[in-house]
Ligand binder design. Structure first.
Ligand code: DLL
Length: 432
């Protein structure tokens, strides 16, 4: 089944619709958002300059930093009173990106996720166990609204309580599991450990996303759960999950192009690339009321294909995200930048500003260690003081990133030095 007729428009029909919406959105941000008004005025670009779809290339990009600067509500394109829900990209206490939704936006969010769930063969007969966190993270609520829209039954269990997840899956006859790939791998192992025969379960589909994964991981998940696993993509700045997902062909993620206008650019030259060329994904939100973001630099690396799909949809498909152009990493679903860790470390005396972050996945769950060089004095100090400093470092980092790191103090000058850009993060999870 296909949820919306907009998923099957001819290119001409779609482009006509996109242009109309683009003209409207550019006018709206120009008139209502100080950030865009200032930027466009400085560059001498005005809404009337958008005559054809390609004219979008005249417009500057919007970056995560721009949105952070507008923290918390200055990027909203509407009176904040009309915003009825907010989400945020990660639990930093610095300046996270805040995403605001009007009533209409929540409906739109439900609509795009409904399209994704339908692509995965899910309908009103299904029971969806949603293990994404309900809170500022967009995963929980986004999937929830989409499942409601198609009339499925949602189990809003959220993340954690892993043994209970398995029990509920068995008792409630879950037919769809939604999780991040790493959490799914963990749940699968746990079920096997508990002696549960997943083959006899009612599972029909799995929706997974929010972080990088490998085809080997998908393979494992599909084998363990005896159900096909479909990739779901999205990001807080644009809406949350639902920007794109795989259909039964599992061959690229369909983008709801009548709502999200995608471009692929060379991240260095910033020029738009042609079909199938790998580059950075840029998205313009053509519909959102609360936060109308134009040409957002996702930093996600992918390519795009406009070839119609065997499923009957004509919307463009992006390939699985291959990596990022920046140093953001996701650990347990939380986005972390080394700069946040650095900020936390600067608050601590008795250490040197040399550190290394190591991300591992020993028992299918992410763990993150930070090695920090102790100062000479600290290194020869009492154990008691070292233990205290380790706790202080852990607390500051947790406060900054929302995650607990295992802190290891190492000898002064023992971490590798580099004349080039320091390699701050070692990701041993091998996700791409
Ligand atoms: O992760 C939204 C989401 C929730 C997507 C649930 C899918 C399922 P953020 O926390 O803002 O939003 O993180 C967005 O996560 O720019 C990518 O780098 C990464 N990401 C999201 N989905 C995928 C995916 C949610 N399917 C950032 N594959 C994005 C690889 C993904 N990376």
């Amino acid at each position: 089944m296909i949820w919306a007729k907009e998923e099957c428009l001819s290119r001409e029909e779609l482009e006509e619709l996109q242009l109309k919406k683009l003209q409207k959105v550019v006018k709206r941000v120009y008139e209502n958002v100080h950030y865009y008004n200032k930027k466009y005025t400085e560059l001498g670009i005005f809404p009337e300059d958008i005559q054809r779809l390609e004219d979008i290339q005249k417009l500057p990009f919007t970056t995560k930093d721009d949105l952070r600067e507008a923290y918390p509500f200055n990027i909203f394109a509407i009176n904040p009173k009309k915003i009825i829900e907010v989400h945020s990209s990660s639990r930093t206490t610095g300046k996270p990106v805040v995403s605001g939704y009007t009533k209409k936006d929540l409906d739109l969010w439900g609509e795009v996720v409904a399209r994704c769930l339908t692509m995965m063969g899910i309908d009103e007969n299904d029971i969806v166990q949603n293990t994404h966190g309900y809170g500022l993270f967009t995963g929980g609520f986004g999937i929830h609204y989409g499942a409601h829209k198609i009339g499925a039954t949602v189990i809003p269990i959220s993340t954690g309580q892993s043994r209970r997840q398995i029990e509920i899956m068995e008792d409630f006859k879950t037919s769809v599991f939604i999780f991040t790939p790493s959490y799914g791998m963990y749940l699968g192992e746990l079920a096997i450990e508990e002696g549960i025969n997943l083959e006899d379960m009612n599972l029909k589909a799995i929706g997974f996303g929010a972080e990088m994964w490998t085809e080997e991981m998908r393979d494992k998940i599909e084998k363990v759960f005896h159900a096909p696993a479909y990739n779901i993509y999205g990001l807080t700045e644009i809406i949350g999950p639902g920007v794109g997902s795989e259909c039964e062909a599992q061959n690229g993620l369909h983008i709801s192009e009548d709502i999200f206008y995608p471009e692929i650019v060379d991240s260095k030259t910033e020029k738009v690339l042609s079909e199938n060329k790998e580059g950075e994904l840029i998205i313009t939100n053509l519909e959102r009321e609360g936060m109308a973001i134009v040409r957002f630099r996702t930093k996600d690396i992918t390519s795009i294909s406009y070839k119609p799909c065997s499923c009957g949809r004509t919307t463009a498909r992006i390939s699985k995200i291959k990596g990022r152009t920046d140093d953001m990493i996701k650990v347990k679903g939380v986005s972390i930048f080394p700069s946040q860790v650095e900020k936390a470390l600067l608050k601590v005396n008795s250490i040197e500003p040399h550190y290394q972050i190591i991300v591992r996945r020993p028992n299918l769950m992410d763990e993150v260690e930070i090695k920090v060089e102790a100062s000479n004095e600290l290194f020869f100090d009492e154990i008691k003081e070292m233990v205290r400093i380790k706790k202080v470092i852990g607390d500051y980092i947790e406060n900054e990133t929302g995650l607990r790191f295992n802190v290891t103090l190492v000898e002064p000058k023992s971490l590798p030095r580099s004349e080039m850009k320091a390699k701050r993060v070692i990701d041993e999870r091998k996700l791409h």
